[in-house]
Structures are given as structure tokens and as C-alpha cells.
Ligand binder design. Structure first.
Ligand SMILES: CC(C)(COP(=O)(O)OP(=O)(O)OC[C@H]1O[C@@H](n2cnc3c(N)ncnc32)[C@H](O)[C@@H]1OP(=O)(O)O)[C@@H](O)C(=O)NCCC(=O)NCCS
Length: 150
């Protein structure tokens, strides 16, 4: 299938929302509509550090990658954090996820990113089978402090 990786467009809103819902369901996350709306608004905002790539097959968005580009203390250049990667279940196993990661890796020099990095659940075997083809996982573990319920 002809596959195109491109930046998201305002006209992708309905398709993005459908994919985003699938991604939230995958994580069994019940996000408030306000969060989804804010995420979409920041994706389209050129002044926001959030960016969204879309994988389009036969004219239809079938996957996305959300990244946050940010400063860091270890390099002079910004780094790119891949926060979300999702492919429609019907389009999986056809190289869509790999194409999104390839696009990001191939863009590093042109975008001026010193690093591209991401994390995933240790038991996400499908994603890890893909990720292991790009980099070796390191030994860092994640700590998260949350606000106590109000
Ligand atoms: C993980 C995900 C993005 C992979 O997308 P995809 O388009 O199916 O991946 P690809 O077709 O590009 O797979 C490329 C390689 O990854 C491996 N792979 C991907 N999914 C796999 C799975 N479920 N089981 C085993 N291997 C898998 C394969 O080795 C494949 O290589 P091959 O072509 O040599 O067989 C997709 O399954 C998905 O959206 N999952 C749910 C959300 C998720 O887990 N996101 C990542 C959160 S960090």
C-alpha cells in the first residue's frame, strides 16, 4: 500500500480523534474531552513544542506519532521525545509504525535534534519488537509524582 508520512493538517481532525481514541483505549485511559481538545489545539499551534506526524495510506490517516521537542542540559541542541505512537489495528504489521520511526530518525539532522528518545511499558512486547530494531533499551527507570486527589 502506498504510505505517506507527513505533518498533521487541520483537516485530519476527525481521523486523528478516532485514532487518538483507539490509543487511549489501548492504555485504558479515560481522558476528559477538554484534554483531547487541548492536545489537538497544541498539535496545530506552531508555537507549541508538540508536533504530530500522520501516516497516510490510500489517502486515509492510519497512524500517528506525537513528539515533544525540548531543551535539555546535556546537549546544546534540543532533543525529541516521542510521547505517543499508534497504528490503527487494521493497518498493523504492514510497516506503518516502522515508517513513522524511520521518518523521525531520518529527520534528526535536518531538525537539529541531538537525540530522539521514548519509553514504553516493559511488557509491551509488540512495540518493543519494533523498538529493538532502532535502539537498545537502557536501564533507566521512571519515577512519577502525582498531585494528591483534591
Ligand atoms: C506498536 C505499533 C505502533 C507497531 O505498529 P505496526 O505498524 O504494526 O508496526 P510495523 O508493521 O512497522 O512493525 C515493524 C516490526 O515490529 C515488529 N512488531 C510490530 N508489532 C508487533 C507485534 N504485535 N508482535 C510482534 N512483533 C511486532 C515486527 O518485528 C515488525 O518487523 P517485521 O516487519 O520484520 O516483522 C502498533 O502495534 C500499535 O499501535 N500498538 C498499540 C499502541 C502501542 O503499543 N504503541 C506504542 C506505545 S509506546
Amino acid at each position: 500500500m502506498p504510505l505517506v508520512i507527513r505533518s498533521v493538517l487541520p483537516s485530519d481532525q476527525a481521523a486523528w480523534q478516532r485514532l487518538w481514541r483507539g490509543y487511549c483505549d489501548f492504555y485504558q485511559a479515560a481522558l476528559r474531552d477538554e484534554v483531547t481538545q487541548r492536545t489537538w489545539a497544541r498539535i496545530l499551534d506552531p508555537d507549541s513544542a508538540i508536533m504530530c506526524l500522520v501516516a497516510e495510506s490510500d489517502g486515509q490517516p492510519v497512524g500517528f506519532a506525537h513528539c515533544v521537542v525540548h531543551e535539555n542540559t546535556w546537549e546544546t541542541q534540543p532533543v525529541c521525545y516521542l510521547e505517543d505512537l499508534y497504528v490503527d489495528p487494521a493497518a498493523r504489521g504492514q510497516g506503518v509504525g516502522r515508517a513513522l520511526l524511520d521518518w523521525l530518525r531520518n529527520s534528526m539532522r535536518a531538525e537539529g535534534w541531538a537525540r530522539l528518545y521514548w519509553m514504553t511499558h516493559k511488557d509491551n512486547a509488540g512495540a518493543r519488537a519494533l523498538y529493538d530494531q532502532f535502539a537498545q533499551a537502557d536501564d533507566f527507570v521512571r519515577y512519577v509524582v502525582r498531585l494528591p486527589a483534591a
